[in-house]
Design a protein around this ligand. Structure first.
Ligand code: HEC
Length: 128
């Protein structure tokens, strides 16, 4: 008798737990943009403004497959191509990456700083 009640209590407890546990994964918030990337390069206020108006349109959310700000893993293969290739692709465009990344006022130095800023890999100089 005692053991039957005990079994029932345990069973109810288990059911309650199962219900609670199965709810949990659905309550997990969707992945957020990583706001604490390993950025070692900061932009000047002017560059920051230009970046916000152009590159940020795609490189924050990863629009059309753009490597995202602060996600070094998404940038690694690209960084390995070398700075000259990255700059050339920024100037000329690459697939869904528009020529100049929509920043008509940006100079090569600005692009270099922005690429460093986004990738967390320090590139230097703006020469092509
Ligand atoms: C309209 C969306 C868009 C905007 C705006 C944009 N990008 Fe991109 N960018 C992309 C996409 C998409 C890719 C990936 C292209 C691919 O590999 O097919 C990319 C790739 C890149 C790459 C990697 C190129 C390579 O050789 O792998 C660099 C560097 C880059 N963007 C820099 C910039 C900079 C700097 C700006 C701002 C001045 C900018 N982008 C603005 C969409 C954008």
């Amino acid at each position: 008798m005692v053991s039957a009640i005990f079994t029932r209590v345990v069973a109810i407890g288990l059911l309650a737990c199962l219900a609670a546990c199965s709810d949990e994964p659905r309550n997990v918030a969707p992945a957020q943009v990583n706001t604490t990337p390993a950025q070692t390069v900061s932009l000047t206020p002017r560059q920051s403004q230009m970046w916000t108006r152009s590159c940020a349109l795609c490189h924050v959310d990863g629009t059309a497959g753009a490597p995202r700000l602060g996600h070094a893993d998404e940038w690694a293969d690209r960084i390995n191509k070398g700075q000259a290739v990255l700059l050339a692709h920024t100037l000329e465009g690459l697939n869904d990456m528009p020529p100049l990344g929509y920043c008509m006022a940006c100079e090569a130095d600005d692009f270099t700083a922005m690429i460093s800023f986004m990738s967390g890999s320090v590139l230097s100089g703006g020469d092509l």
